[in-house]
Design a protein around this ligand. Structure first.
Ligand code: ATP
Ligand code: MG
Length: 364
């Protein structure tokens, strides 16, 4: 079986560095390695509407922001298919069929959905669409027969639900859908990057983000205000790196080249951490280094973004073409799904003949 990669983001805001280390960086690497049959990256606007039903304008405005972030990060429309979820009606159809194969209590057990319900104060009034989004996500993945989903660890429960649905579908109707697996980033810090306040996961909805499109100034303001180690008061106090956002972000972003080029006094991150823990290394120095590390990744993105911003109609055109191409794949799978479910009445000459015969014999 070939490799089909699929992953997406909710167009609820610009993309941040959490998206980048959790998924986007890996997508660009996979794309450039080229070892796959097909790669899809999509904007989950239908999913974004499940908790933004009263604010469609927010989604509409953010489609272009996310598209620009994709292109700025290095996704290449020649190598991967970029599309918009709502423009693929086959997704809603498959979602409807999959909903029959899962129970309410199974969806309720999903820990990511539980956390998100709390975060949004939905406890008493959960929109049904929001509650069901893991099923719609299973449709996103399976309609394209994706078997690899590069994502952060919040997506693990979704992939579990998807695999269960694939098995239920295939056992009930026949082998049409494909079981996917998640591709998590290898580094712990990247699987769920915390926000700059060190409290929860970096999330568009929580306002604790460094955005890929932030200016160098904005990045520095955010890095400067970052939560570090409250017990590290004087320079010579021993410091702690666990729970210290500067070091968590260095774990996620810094490379040996960053040290060689920007801070050659240290052989690498381990030596820097050692010094910090021993005492005698100030937060400000570490923050300045982190700021340089971040900008080494973000500056080329800002430049590419500026280029793509010059021709916005072309960006929409890229999305349109990608959506058309994705829809061809979607139509093929949905035909197979309907056939397996025996609801392809008009394509089933045997059925029509059989029924004709049954009714003809009644008339005699
Ligand atoms: P929202 O608050 O609207 O849900 P979000 O910031 O959680 O937005 P999503 O669009 O839900 O972003 O997630 C898109 C992808 O980015 C998923 O693969 C998810 O795992 C990954 N991701 C999002 N936030 C982080 C993070 N802080 N660390 C690692 N990966 C993340
Ligand atoms: Mg999310």
């Amino acid at each position: 079986m070939g490799k089909v990669i699929l992953t997406g983001d909710r167009p609820t805001g610009r993309l941040h560095v959490g998206h980048y280390v959790g998924s986007l960086r890996r997508r660009v690497e996979l794309q450039n390695e080229g070892d796959y049959d097909r790669m899809f990256v999509f904007m989950a606007d239908v999913q974004a509407l499940t908790d933004n039903a009263d604010n469609p304008e927010k989604i509409r405005q953010n489609i272009i922001e996310v598209a620009l972030d994709y292109l700025a990060a290095g996704l290449d429309p020649e190598k991967c298919t970029l599309f918009i979820q709502s423009q693929i009606p086959e997704l809603s159809e498959l979602t409807t069929y999959l909903m029959n194969l899962i129970t309410v209590s199974r969806v309720q057990r999903n820990p990511t959905v539980k956390t998100e319900i709390k975060m949004r104060n939905f406890e008493a009034n959960i929109p049904l669409g929001f509650f069901c989004y893991p099923v719609s996500q299973a449709a996103d993945i399976t309609l394209f027969k994706a078997n690899i989903v590069p994502a952060g660890e919040d997506q693990e429960p979704m992939l579990e639900v998807t695999r269960e649905l694939v098995n239920r579908f295939n056992n009930t109707y026949g082998p049409v859908l494909v079981e996917p697996s998640i591709m998590l980033p290898p580094e712990g810090a990247c699987r769920r990057l915390p926000g700059i306040d060190g409290k929860a996961k970096m999330s568009k909805s929580l306002g604790n983000c460094i955005y890929l499109s932030d200016t160098a100034d904005e990045v520095w303001q955010k890095v400067r205000s970052m939560y570090t180690d409250p017990t590290h008061v004087n320079l010579n106090d021993p410091g702690h790196v666990e729970g210290n956002m500067v070091f968590t972000y260095l774990d996620a972003f810094s490379t040996p080249e960053d040290f060689a080029e920007c801070w050659p006094e240290y052989s690498g991150l381990d030596e820097l951490k050692e010094h910090y823990c021993k005492g005698g290394l100030g937060d400000m120095k570490c923050k300045k280094f982190l700021n340089r590390v971040l900008n080494r990744t973000l500056e080329p993105m800002r430049e590419r973004r500026r280029e793509f911003e010059k021709d916005i109609p072309e960006v929409y055109n890229i999305l349109k073409k990608g959506t058309e191409s994705a829809r061809e794949v979607a139509a093929r799978t949905i035909d197979e799904v309907r056939h397996a479910m025996r609801i392809d009445y008009f394509n089933d000459a045997a059925l029509i003949a059989e029924q004709a015969e049954r009714f003809a014999s009644k008339q005699q």
